[in-house]
Write a protein that binds this ligand. Structure first.
Ligand code: C2E
Ligand code: CA
Ligand code: CA
Length: 278
């Protein structure tokens, strides 16, 4: 087993390497070892806002840059996800102020991943709103992507959190759509502005007719409900072409742009020429 691997046992993650532990992660949050990278979402229709998704990394002193899948499960397991989540919001505010100060920047929102566990905490929405306002920004500068790594235990708490954020001006999207058991239920119950169709469907949309049919109907269903559709994990020109033809509202993926540091994200528009030739 590799040094960063963990095994799932008795409902808890047991880390094989003590370098990735609760204490280390707690310190990382307070001692500025976390970083945000950004991946753009390219709108395909007028009226769709231009958005950058914030993706957290841990610049570990001895292990180098760790991806979220290597420490978000630990953060959720230990409850550190709440502090980590507020760090992400605060850093995204700072970066967004930088983006806005660029006179030719046309980035309208930052999207932030939010664990369902954060939403279940009754204080999360107000803490997030206060933090955004303390940074001189508005919740309407943000979208929150609900990631469902754990089953919802308290649906009414999640609904309250989403409503509070939405009423303050933020938008809510459902991430990894199509893979979670509760995806359809959330679509009907939560105040959702957009869904992000999971890469599992997008990777076969150009080659498998069943996946294509599902994506086409999902787009129609969402549009009937007034919900936007984003395709994530677009890696090929053929997938981009197919999704444009199917009526997707926006695309995101390595074909268009990989996640990059904040400074590099400001020049992301250069990549949109790829869509023009898609
Ligand atoms: P996600 O929200 O679904 O984010 C997309 C992930 O897919 C990112 O991985 C991104 O780098 C990767 N990706 C984007 N385009 C492509 C593509 O074309 N092909 C492939 N193969 N991959 C692509 P990353 O950054 O490792 O993030 C993994 C997950 O960690 C995220 O999945 C999200 O669920 C979670 N995450 C990231 N940042 C945060 C955060 O601040 N808070 C929370 N709670 N979760 C986060
Ligand atoms: Ca996401
Ligand atoms: Ca996703």
């Amino acid at each position: 087993m590799g040094s960063l691997d963990f095994v799932y046992k008795n409902d808890s993650y047991l880390y094989e390497n003590s370098l990735i532990d609760e204490e280390g992660l707690g310190q990382a949050i307070t001692s500025h070892e976390l970083r945000l990278h950004y991946q753009p979402r390219f709108p395909l229709r007028s009226g769709c806002s231009q958005i950058l998704e914030a993706l957290v990394r841990w610049d570990h002193p001895s292990q180098g840059l760790l991806l979220p899948d290597e420490f978000i499960p630990l953060a959720e397991e230990t409850g550190l996800i709440h502090d980590l989540g507020l760090w992400v919001v605060n850093q995204a505010c700072r970066d967004f102020r930088l983006f806005k100060s660029e006179t030719d920047s046309d980035i309208s929102r930052i999207s932030i991943n939010m664990s369902i566990l954060q939403c279940e905490d009754t204080h999360t929405a107000q803490r997030v709103i206060d933090l955004i306002q303390r940074n001189g920004l508005s919740p309407s500068d943000f979208e929150f992507e609900l990631t469902e790594s754990a089953a919802i235990r308290d649906e009414s708490a999640v609904l309250r959190c989403c409503k509070a954020l939405q009423e303050a001006g933020a938008e809510i999207s459902l991430d990894d759509f199509g893979t979670g058991q509760a995806s359809m239920l959330h679509l009907s119950r939560l105040p959702v502005h957009a869904i992000k169709i999971d890469r599992a469907f997008i990777s076969r949309v150009d080659t498998h007719s069943r996946d294509r049919t599902m994506v086409r109907h999902l787009i129609h269903l969402c549009h009937d409900m007034g919900i936007k559709v984003v395709a994530e994990g677009v890696e090929l020109r053929s997938q981009a072409q197919m999704l444009m033809g199917l009526g997707c509202d926006a695309l995101q993926g390595f074909y268009l742009c990989r996640p990059v540091e904040a400074k590099a994200a400001m020049s992301w528009r250069q990549r949109s020429e790829r869509l023009a030739v898609a």
